[in-house]
Design a binder for this molecule. Structure first.
Ligand SMILES: [Ca+2]
Length: 345
């Protein structure tokens, strides 16, 4: 009996050091069905997916893919908020399944943020009839029109927004009015990479902002334990957690966070073309690279953005394979976690 106990304990100890396992499930081929190329992807509480595109011509909808794990996922137009092919757009879905869209029109004057309800209509209660345009950042105290490239809703009524330009800036906005809260911070100087940060997430338990930047993963923290997002300049410590040397990835590399597993996944396309790196934020040495030769199509292509989603309580990762027009989906194998092992005697 004692022997059995020791054996299982030893297996559990080995399992605890294993990396998370990701298994390829399927891909959804959207080529020929969408205007342009896949760019941003986000998911709601039902596990449905939302997409933006770029390239192509003219206005295009925010697309929705319902039941992505089913035998016949349904592609539909979720909303028609009037954005065109340009330098970028990004989506964020909040805990009430409202969908936030930011779009860089290539103009500081006309770039915008829109809030859509779960029904796909503009939420008239946000800003001006559901839209804030221009998008204003406080640059050293001076209100300045900016071109938003990435947006994340932060629970508690704030938005973390990155905008392209010189300097490269991160700003907190009020999620009711769209107005800036406090000053912006310079991400280009902080990281040494003058390019787009994407999918900045805020973890209240660690008081840290984590975001993807051109195939790299950075965390922004404060030396002041009482710092809050009401004053972003308090966050001045930039730490690279993972990634390749600049310029890994491209300007549209994205990322996603699962707060339950505390995993952050981000795309890269330089040293491992079309790959995604998944980092355990509780143990940043624990990293898993997905790709490049793993999807049914043969590779992930030039991976753009990715999103975790949950279905039936299980964790999945959906990756936009931009150059293929595919969404590749992977499932998380929790058996890599010691919590799945039960001691007995
Ligand atoms: Ca994104």
């Amino acid at each position: 009996m004692f022997k059995n106990y020791c054996l299982v304990a030893a297996v559990a100890a080995l399992a605890a050091t294993a990396s998370a396992q990701w298994t390829y499930e399927k891909h959804i081929d959207l080529s020929g069905q969408i205007n342009g190329s896949l760019l941003s992807i986000a998911s709601d509480s039902n596990g449905d997916l939302y997409l933006t595109t770029y390239f192509g011509t003219g206005d295009r909808p925010v697309y929705k893919v319902s039941d992505p794990l089913g035998a016949t996922p349904v592609l539909s137009d979720f909303a028609t908020p009037g954005y065109t092919s340009s330098n970028g757009s990004d989506l964020s879905v909040d805990s009430s399944d409202n969908v936030w869209l930011c779009h860089d029109t290539n103009s500081e004057a006309t770039s915008f943020i829109k809030k859509m309800t779960p029904a796909g209509t503009l939420d008239a209660a946000f800003a001006s009839a559901g839209t804030v345009s221009p998008v204003v950042f406080n640059v050293a105290g001076t209100p300045t029109n900016r071109r938003p490239r990435s947006i994340t809703y932060v629970e508690g009524g704030k938005l973390l927004v990155f905008s392209w330009g010189n300097p490269m800036l991160l700003q907190v906005l009020d999620a009711s009015t769209g107005a800036p809260i406090g000053d912006a911070i310079d991400v280009g100087v902080g990281t040494g990479i003058s390019d787009s940060m994407h999918d900045m997430v805020y973890d209240a338990s660690t008081n840290a902002i984590t975001g993807s930047l051109r195939g790299n993963l950075f965390q922004i923290t404060s030396s002041n334990a009482s710092a809050t997002l009401a004053n972003l300049p308090d966050y001045s410590i930039f730490t690279k957690l993972a990634g390749d040397d600049f310029p890994a990835g491209n300007s549209n590399s994205g990322g996603t966070w699962d707060p339950t597993e505390n995993l952050y996944a981000f795309t890269s396309s330089k040293t491992v073309p079309g790959s995604v790196t998944v980092v355990d934020l509780d143990d940043t040495g624990n990293q898993t690279v997905i790709g490049p030769a793993v999807s049914e199509s043969g590779h992930l292509g030039n991976a753009g953005d990715c999103t975790f989603f949950r279905s039936g309580g299980e964790l999945y990762l959906a990756i936009n394979c931009e150059t293929l027009g595919d969404i590749a989906i992977y499932s998380f194998n929790a058996q890599a976690s010691v919590t799945d092992w039960v001691l007995y005697q």
